[in-house]
Design a protein around this ligand. Sequence first.
Ligand code: UDP
Ligand code: MG
Length: 311
Amino acid sequence: MTSVDIIVPCYNEEEGLALFYQETQKILDGMTGYAFTYILVDDGSSDKTLTVMKQLAAADSHVKYLSFSRNFGKEAAMYAGLSASRSDLVIIMDADLQHPPAMIPEMMKGIEEGYDCCAASRSSRKGEAPIRSFFSRMFYHLSNRMTNVKMAYGAVDFRIMTRQMVDAILKLSEVERFSKGIFAWVGFKTKWYPYENVERTVGTSKWSFWGLFRYALDGITSFSIVPLRLVSLMGVVISLGAFIYILITLTQTLLFGIDVPGYVTTLCAVLFLGGIIELSLGIVGEYIAHMYMEAKNRPIYILKQSNLNDN
Ligand code: UDP
Ligand code: MG
């Protein structure tokens, strides 16, 4: 028997969690040779998610739950699940049935074939605002150009991983986690499974546009120092331009005397440089902020209760 833990981050999923369990269970019941355990992670939900988890756990001893002291975010919830897991294989999936459980048997075949990781990727973004898809595409384009880790466009956090890969992921214990990057960074052989985007039937998405924007920015700055290099490059180019301009102005002044005072030129140069300096400070600041958060070395999540050690 291969043991498999299914890690499900849940934040205010009281409406859909029981349905998720039922639907997933239907699929798992048809699979032989695997011993499944659910690790449901309650990410500080303010609704009755934890109560639903307890009900599921009371009815099925293969349901384990962890509950945070507050909302720490999906990244923290996934990390908590991965840390708690001891199984041979690990599945990560969302609680809202946007990750079709019906794909599990097929993805499991990939692992049997010898892949370290089988991951789902959305082949369409049906039902998503076009502006969101546009920024998403921009993000993948930018970050793949700036980093050595190549993130697959459309990749979602629905995947099966081997113990070896999970252990590697747990070694990356940074506080500000960006899983899409981390999964790619640790390497290992991944097989992709495209699927049609499924719209949420119950509950609402927890992501705001700005939330995603910040997440994308953090994603780039936690895996790449290219923005810092760009700042240096900008400095070099501007200094060079300034130097040439000084030479020209100096020669002109020496040869032809002082011309009309360059009011416009001065103003443009001051504003332009001001903008560049602000931008550079901002970029440097992003990295300092990351260092600050990591240096504090706070725990990634705080556990309030769980039934992991109960029998
Ligand atoms: N989630 C979480 N903590 C959060 C936000 C979301 O654990 O702070 C969970 C949520 O319950 C769901 C998954 O992460 O199981 C994906 O969230 P959501 O459906 O809101 O994101 P989307 O599908 O829109 O990317
Ligand atoms: Mg969702």
